[in-house]
Design a protein around this ligand. Structure first.
Ligand SMILES: NC(=O)c1ccc[n+]([C@@H]2O[C@H](COP(=O)([O-])OP(=O)(O)OC[C@H]3O[C@@H](n4cnc5c(N)ncnc54)[C@H](O)[C@@H]3O)[C@@H](O)[C@H]2O)c1
Ligand SMILES: [Zn+2]
Length: 419
């Protein structure tokens, strides 16, 4: 070879013309072309973003009428007992034609445990439904996903049309490929990620959220904010997830406290319902981060509601991630985009405002601000802190966190919220 080929990283920084203008032999040129093709292919690979949006979304007041299309189907509704006892389930039954065979599984409980999934799998095998409707908060939707996942894995059922109808504005599970299942023995929440878990349709009718009590409105609303923030700063974030997360945060700022103050404010409820859905699509594209990895431990171990667990951690995680300058800039960008801070004030000030905003809405919504306030024993907490950090490191959300984290740092973060 007439001229030594430059190392690939250096080559990547140079323009093709720069290299070819020199006195190269013909064989060098061919070789360089191959190297360039390889370089541009690897560049392309690095830039590849997977954006897969499978679920058809029907949003708005009349969206439940979508259920009227089902005729002569074998429909299985998965929801929690409260929705049946309170009569909320009638909100969808009235749209289902009498030609259908309808049965209800009402064993859903918050933070769905493996045992409930197991009993659901035994039932679905017998029923072999053609339509499954998950109706409720994230726990109902995740239970349905878990049952479908294991039943399909074991070839127990035929093709199912899977419809998700959220009744909380929180998890966005109606548009995600995840289900979070709790192993009650080990007290660990495990995430299964699989595109087969994506519902075929999501129906968003904010009227269904009017009955959500104030504390659950607060918890689930903070979950939405955490999804949007984690998706925004994730190391897999891209223009698609950014756009969705920005809009979700804008809607949260506009409407979460309004929903808390007046649960019957349908305009605010509708905005939160959309925010929840948008944030769900955002994190389904770009992933979450250590806020969720740690919240999963708090939920599994101490049964702290998912959104509240996220809220307790949120400002500490922002502090931790902001030590990385590019992440600090990204948080700040969000504040500029939403008009909360003028760019002239600078990035550090913007992140300070973000943390103050979170603290103040949590206080307005009367959310507990520490594990101590939740009556979690100090000794018990310190005994399991390190194990929770180890499990958080293994959680599927950790890999998309913008800063690489170790167990000690996770332990430190979780320790900060005891007080
Ligand atoms: N799959 C995902 O992508 C994903 C994402 C985030 C969280 N999650 C999981 O979702 C679960 C949390 O879901 P959630 O926050 O929606 O809470 P939830 O589903 O556990 O419901 C909380 C409570 O609200 C009640 N409720 C629901 N709808 C109501 C209504 N319309 N009126 C009155 N009460 C109502 C329920 O009965 C329950 O008691 C956790 O297990 C969490 O790990 C899943
Ligand atoms: Zn969440």
């Amino acid at each position: 070879m007439g001229k030594e080929i430059l190392a690939l990283p250096l080559l990547l920084q140079l323009e093709k013309e720069q290299l070819l203008q020199d006195t190269l032999l013909e064989e060098d040129v061919v070789h360089l072309q191959v190297v360039f093709q390889f370089a541009s292919a690897t560049r392309r690979l690095k830039l590849l973003h997977e954006v897969y949006i499978k679920t058809k979304i029907y949003s708005g007041e009349n969206s439940l009428s979508r259920l009227e299309k089902f005729k002569n189907e074998n429909i299985w509704i998965i929801c929690d007992g409260f929705l049946v006892r309170s009569g909320i389930v009638k909100g969808i039954l009235k749209f289902i034609d009498s030609s259908n065979n309808v049965s209800i599984f009402d064993k859903v409980i918050p933070d769905p445990p493996l045992t409930v999934i197991g009993s659901g799998v035994a039932i679905i095998k017998k029923i072999n439904p053609s339509v499954v409707i998950a109706y409720g908060g994230g726990s109902a939707i995740d239970t349905a996903k878990g049952i479908l996942y294991f039943a399909r894995e074991q070839n127990m059922i035929d093709k199912v049309n899977f419809i998700a109808i959220p009744t909380t504005s929180g998890t966005g599970s109606e548009v995600t490929n995840a289900t979070i299942i709790t192993d009650t023995e080990t007290k660990i929440k495990h995430a299964i990620f699989d595109d087969s878990l994506l519902p075929d349709e999501a129906i968003l009718d904010s009227n269904l959220t009017l009955s959500v009590p104030a504390d659950i409105t607060a918890n689930t609303g903070i979950d939405v904010l955490t999804h949007a923030l984690e998706a925004y700063v994730s190391n897999k974030a891209n223009s698609y997830s950014d756009a969705l997360a920005e809009k979700a945060v804008e809607l949260v700022i506009e409407s979460l406290v309004k929903c808390y103050n007046n649960g019957k404010d349908i305009e605010a409820r509708s905005k939160m319902h959309e925010a929840s859905n948008l944030a769900g699509i955002a994190f389904n594209i770009s992933g979450l981060g250590i806020n969720h990895s740690l919240a999963h431990q708090l939920g599994g171990r101490f049964k702290i509601p998912h959104g509240l667990a996220n809220g307790l951690l949120l400002t500490n995680v922002i502090d931790y991630n902001s030590q990385d300058v590019s992440t600090l800039k990204k948080y700040a960008k969000l504040l500029y985009k939403t008009g909360m801070v003028d760019k002239i004030k600078g990035d550090e000030f913007a992140v300070k405002v973000l943390k103050e905003y979170i603290n103040s809405i949590m206080k307005i919504m009367k959310m507990p601000m520490s594990l101590k306030e939740l009556n979690i024993g100090k000794d018990e907490f310190h005994k399991v802190k390190s194990l929770m950090a180890q499990n958080a490191l293994k959680d599927g959300c950790t890999k998309s966190n913008p800063r690489k984290v170790n167990t000690l740092e996770l332990e430190d973060l979780i320790g900060k919220i005891y007080q």
